[in-house]
Design a protein around this ligand. Structure first.
Ligand SMILES: [Zn+2]
Length: 251
């Protein structure tokens, strides 16, 4: 395997109004850095019934009031869904925006509108394509939205890595992945805000290579969905490390 299927659309560069740090450059920088190792595939927007797998009608209606945000957000959900479907055959990466892990059943926040990861997993479960799933969230921030949606579903195990040191991060990650092969799919909410020059100040660029390798070694049916990461100058390199880690372990 020389390239990794990467779900991406230029529409993720839509400059809808949000906080300054969560801007289209995040996607642009990653896209330009991973060209040699990514095979880009365009997603399709998800449907309202896909959104209803995880979100209340009132939340969906609230987000729909802003057409620019809504159109980008449903494409991001569709991108995560496509990455999850691809992962049944080979590892995949959803290079999507807006992120999703702070969106719960009836709330959202933290630059998130709909929960890309949770909908992607619930979609496969709803079609009996898989029977169970492991979600590992390595973003600096707690995946409160994902937890809110999946906590009552015994088919889904949610592990949030909440470490205060580099050593602690890898100890917790290894622990979270220790029974990774027993699940039908592994979804990783990838936030690069744990980076040493980002808010978290924990991981070096090379460490994402190890993360990618650990994930795909635990379960080949792996898909990663982009969440946070705000040190834009190195975001592309960090994503490159992650994907190379996955590719190397698969070769
Ligand atoms: Zn974050």
């Amino acid at each position: 395997m020389k390239t990794i299927k990467t779900i991406y659309s230029p529409l993720f560069l839509t400059d809808y109004s949000t906080v300054d740090c969560e801007n289209p450059d995040r996607i642009e920088f990653i896209h330009s850095k991973i060209k040699d190792i990514a095979e880009f595939i365009e997603p399709e927007a998800c449907t309202l019934s896909d959104l209803a797998l995880c979100h209340s009608e009132s939340l969906i209606k609230t987000v729909a009031r802003n057409k620019e945000v809504f159109d980008t957000a449903i494409l991001a959900v569709g991108g995560a869904m496509m990455a999850a479907e691809t992962a049944l055959r080979e590892p995949a990466f959803a290079l999507v925006r807006p992120p999703g892990h702070h969106a719960g059943h009836d709330f959202n926040g933290g630059f998130c509108f709909f929960n890309n990861m949770a909908i992607a997993i619930k979609n496969l479960l709803s079609h009996d394509t898989i029977e169970n799933a492991l979600i590992v969230d390595i973003d600096l921030h707690y995946g409160n939205g994902t937890y809110d949606i999946v906590r009552s579903d015994p088919r889904i195990t949610f592990r949030n890595i909440d470490a205060r040191s580099r050593e602690g991060f890898f100890r917790d990650l290894d622990e979270a992945l220790s029974d990774g092969s027993s699940y039908d799919i592994l979804g990783c909410s990838v936030g690069f805000d744990t980076y040493v020059r980002d808010w978290g100040g924990l991981l070096y660029g090379e460490d994402y290579h190890r993360v990618g390798s650990s994930l795909v070694t635990a379960n080949r049916r792996l898909f990663c969905v982009l969440e946070g990461g705000y040190y834009i100058a190195d975001l592309g390199t960090n994503a490159q490390f992650l994907l190379n880690g996955i590719l190397k372990a698969c070769s």
